[in-house]
Design a protein around this ligand. Sequence first.
Ligand code: FAD
Length: 511
Amino acid sequence: SHVLHAYFLVPFIIHSLVFMTLVSSRPLSNTPNEITENNLCTDTICMKTASSDYGKLVQDLPFGVLRPSSVYDIVHLVRSSYNSSSPFTIAARGNGHSVRGQAMAKNGVVIEMSSLKDIGIRVSGNSSLGFYADVGGEQLWIDVLRATLLHGLAPVSWTDYLYLTVGGTLSNAGISGQSSFHGPQISNVLEMDVITGKGESITCSNNTNSDLFYAVLGGLGQFGIITRARIVLAEAPTRVKWFQIIYDDFAQFTKDQEYLVSIDYGFDYVEGSLIMENTPASNFFTPDDESMINSLVSKKGILYSLEAVKYYNDDIINTIDEEIQVIFKALHFKSGFIFNKDVTFFDFLNRVRAEELLLQSLALWDVPHPWLNLFIPRSRIADFNQGVFVNIIQKQSLSSGPFLVYPINRKRWDDRMSVVIPEDDDMFYTAAILNAAGPAVDPAVIEEQNKKILEYCNKSGIKIKQYFPHYTRKVGWMKHFGNKWSAFKERKEQFDPKMILSPGQRIFNSD
Ligand code: FAD
């Protein structure tokens, strides 16, 4: 086995030596100009992709685009900038599903992470110590799901939509209806390989280089580029029982949501959303259900749908229906206003894809998205409902959303991570105000409404925190981070002292 070991090691050592020579023999005082000659793409397609994102609100043209074929290409690029007398900015671009140019680098270099394929997705572990997957930062969650399901396993924490990259969601938090039970995606990472703003490739975890580990989780791309993440896996169920329960009373709706996220043997996923007169028909409901819901909406103006899911295995004898009936006994919904579906685990997790394809076919997907995502202290959620959902969103009725609202337990959010959540209380709410502009609605009108919502919260003393935060002034960022600002700044000085990484977040380059 020693011989075998050496056999594998030799090419690796040669590769490393060649690489080290390459890095040290190339001129290090590069401007993007010098790098272009080697490997930057500046053709129309590269530039167009790198200067656009899902939001369609910002367009920052980079100097060029790097399509790395290995992690070493990224190391070389970052070192070139770091060692230069005039460093240039660099942004990793995952799948560009940010909405305000966060993955762009004006006059700098955008790294198209999707071209990186050297780590892929590798499943390891065993049932006594636990399973995990080592995945490249560029991997889409849909691919992580597909690959892990082949082993009967899956990550435990998700986003609603899976065509997002691991590096991109770990730079924010990665939340969905599973977050109350397992924490956000950033709480389910065991280890990462990160290329810092100094061009060092560092392995970090809870006990090795933990400062970098916690800085990067929710770190908005400010401290390093994630090239590998080790994601916690668990046995995957085969199917799910999926419910929508309609309420006309917000207090009852939130009471039931809070109950469901606070019990251990209840559902595996809990979310919620608004239904208003302009909410489009959902294929969750039959036409009969839909007309019943519509007649209640026209009486009440606004309804709240609690969405809950219970996982199960259909290949063993189970008591799933009895278990669900027990949970329902504690809830307070109107009789007849509960609707259900039974689908595969995969189809449930990939549910937004069907909506995407539908919207694409109607040319309604590639439109501007002035989204506003907020975390709200639990103690003020009723005020938020009245002041924002009822008095602003329902009244103005600009677009059909969707508008999501659900509580998240705080206990699985580690305060050492860079992400910011409301300070008080053991639970907070997330409100996703996901407006789309289009021929009928100008994005500027939606932006105006977003401003009104933020002003309302400010005036009423509702201490919200933005998720996917966006500020144009440093004072906004300082307020956002609150007592975490000085640590955030210190970590920046430590890991990216020349402020090279993710300039599109506009944190350290705003005034
Ligand atoms: P990008 O937009 O490409 O990048 C985001 C930021 O991360 C940038 O600053 C970029 O420089 C940085 N970055 C990218 N890759 C890396 C890396 N490897 N290392 C370090 N930094 C990196 N979010 C949720 O939490 N829950 C949801 O349910 C959810 N649903 C969504 C549904 C839709 C339809 C869309 C468009 C977005 C949704 N999001 C959701 C938001 C999503 O998590 C963010 O857009 C996130 O940025 C991931 O997108 P991305 O991989 O395309 O990253």
